[in-house]
Design a protein around this ligand. Structure first.
Ligand code: ADP
Length: 209
């Protein structure tokens, strides 16, 4: 049986630099000869596509529907035989995912609560726990400025108040779950290169344990 791949979750409010750093880490792991698979929540499967349609304001849905879609998408994300996280990790591939245990697309869209997200995610955590949760910490104002400068298409929930609220809820969740989940904080208010080095320091430790 292949040695299990590592599972690394990237957390942080929108605009904190997760996707930039995931791409850099993917490249670096490949250079080290480590097989890697990058994924994100929501998936591009049927439930994820529906969530995306709702979150971009093209379709209305009530909170319960969003929550149900979110759980369906997350379970598919883990267990889908072709490209699910679990299958990849068991094959020996290291998986990087944008959002997992603490955060959800539906939550960031302020449609379902963080408590609800964590309750749903605790089911997922029984199926698959991250080896490393990296939290990109950045002032919401800086995140918002980065999003505003660099993106042409905003999602409807990408507002300063939502970013503030989401960061606060993250911190509360880390405090509440500090005995169960280890979270590594990354100072995201640095140059892209420096952040990549900080990420690498954390990731390297995983491979040399
Ligand atoms: P997220 O995936 O967390 O939403 P992104 O990686 O998409 O964040 O970054 C948000 C925006 O900020 C992008 O346009 C990106 O180019 C820019 N950005 C990312 N990292 C930095 C950084 N260290 N300094 C300045 N701008 C950055």
């Amino acid at each position: 049986m292949a040695v299990r791949g590592k599972f690394i979750a990237f957390e942080g409010i929108d605009g904190s630099g997760k996707s930039t750093q995931i791409a850099l880490l993917e490249q670096r792991l490949k250079e080290e000869g480590i097989p890697v698979y990058v994924t994100r929540e929501p998936t591009d499967g049927p439930y994820g596509a529906m969530l995306h349609t709702i979150m971009t304001g093209r379709l209305d849905a009530c909170e319960e529907t969003i929550a149900a879609l979110y759980v369906a998408d997350r379970m598919d994300h883990i267990k889908n035989k072709r490209n699910g996280l679990l299958a990849k990790i068991e094959e020996g591939i290291t998986v990087l995912t944008d959002r997992y245990y603490f955060s959800s697309y539906a939550y960031q869209g302020a449609h379902i609560s963080m408590d609800w997200t964590i309750m749903a995610n605790s089911i997922c955590a029984q199926a698959l726990r991250p080896d490393l949760n990296l939290f990109f910490d950045l002032k919401p104002e800086v995140s918002f400025a980065r999003i505003s400068q660099n993106r042409t298409d905003f999602e409807i929930y990408e507002k300063l108040d939502n970013l503030r609220n989401t960061r606060q809820k993250y911190l509360e969740a880390f405090e509440r779950l500090k005995d169960q989940e280890k979270v590594s904080f990354i100072d995201a208010d640095q140059s892209t290169e420096q952040i990549a080095e900080d990420v690498w320091t954390q990731v390297k430790m995983l491979f040399h344990q």
